[in-house]
Design a protein around this ligand. Structure first.
Ligand SMILES: O=c1[nH]c(=O)n([C@H]2C[C@H](O)[C@@H](COP(=O)(O)O)O2)cc1CO
Length: 152
């Protein structure tokens, strides 16, 4: 009888990704979050937190209470196969989500612009579930994300 091989997430179904990016920490990299969202979709991933890359985010989140935002995001995080965080812009929410994902045993990819001072809590973190990668340009950002998705 043919032996069933243990398959990775990507061979079975679209990996569910929590995209994490600064909101109240500052929206100056919104265009990068949108690029990351597009890259993830092209790589066959399903982005659960699409609101992070939404230029109209303020309109929808304004109608939600702080508790509703927190509960929704934590609910999405537990359903995620991985978290991908853009950490160039310091954000308490992004840092919290990274830590929470690691505690839950969810793999994390942090990406950042190489000329920015990123927290040692990310760069110096020895957790085997955490990868931190600098991207000098959009082409490398695309490659880093695509490689990570294929590794899931
Ligand atoms: O309105 C929101 N909606 C929301 O989903 N978040 C989550 C998702 C983001 O990855 C992260 C951003 O955190 P911060 O707002 O502290 O920069 O927190 C955060 C806020 C505002 O803090």
């Amino acid at each position: 009888m043919e032996k069933l091989e243990k398959s990775k997430v990507s061979e079975k179904r679209s990996p569910k990704i929590f995209l994490s990016g600064s909101i109240r920490g500052g929206r100056q990299l919104l265009e990068t979050y949108r690029f990351m969202f597009d890259t993830l979709e092209e790589a066959g991933a399903e982005v659960l937190s699409l609101h992070v890359a939404d230029p109209e985010l303020e309109k929808t989140e304004m109608k939600m209470t702080e508790e509703e935002i927190y509960t929704r995001d934590m609910g999405l995080l537990v359903k995620s196969d991985a978290l991908i965080a853009e950490v160039t812009v310091p954000s308490i929410g992004v840092g919290y989500e990274i830590c929470r994902a690691l505690v839950l045993g969810i793999p994390v990819l942090c990406v950042y612009s190489p000329d920015k001072a990123v927290s040692a809590m990310v760069l110096g973190n020895p957790d085997h579930l955490l990868k931190a990668r600098a991207y000098p340009d959009k082409t490398s950002l695309n490659k880093i994300i695509t490689k990570f998705i294929r590794s899931l």
